[in-house]
Design a protein around this ligand. Sequence first.
Ligand code: AMP
Length: 189
Amino acid sequence: MLNLVLFGPPGAGKGTQSEKLIEKYNLVHISTGDLFRAHIKGQTELGQQVSQLIADGNLVPDSITIAMLEEEIKRNPDATGFIFDGFPRTVAQAESLDKFLTDNNTAITGVIALDVNEEELTQRIAKRQEITGRADDAADKLKKRIEEYFGKTIHVLPYYESQGKLSKVNGIGDIETIFAELTAVIDAY
Ligand code: AMP
């Protein structure tokens, strides 16, 4: 199996690149942010539990996020691989994912971090908000999300680096150039 983590701050281009990568490598895309948004839209119990946290730019507790992710993996028993987008965001999530994959006789193949500076992120998200109207893309919420990223999520990188699984790709430039760099990393696995 090819199991990738696409890593990066909000607005790094994880969603855009994931869509292209799943097509090329025939993978299942699991975006925890998209899953939460679908629950909120569908007004499920889970959606109601997490909507305020997400609207405020806070992370959803690990227990809820991990259970939802494992459920989604189980829903795809025939997958030949996954792209995890927006997960793991804490070291506890990374550890549970490793354990879950090991229990299912597979593992993370590699983690690719998209490198984008804060100024570019802020500009991109301001544009995205005009298009999608995502409440958590508003400037004050975004600030909180970037804080969560640099406060908690960034610590996931050394976790994978110590396993020799981390690669970094410059996330600034045109979509095709970044995609080519990503595929070069993946093809070398
Ligand atoms: P995203 O679309 O990946 O930016 O996620 C949107 C929001 O969903 C985040 O700001 C968090 O509130 C929540 N979220 C998504 N993935 C996770 C995760 N792995 N752990 C905790 N919260 C998450």
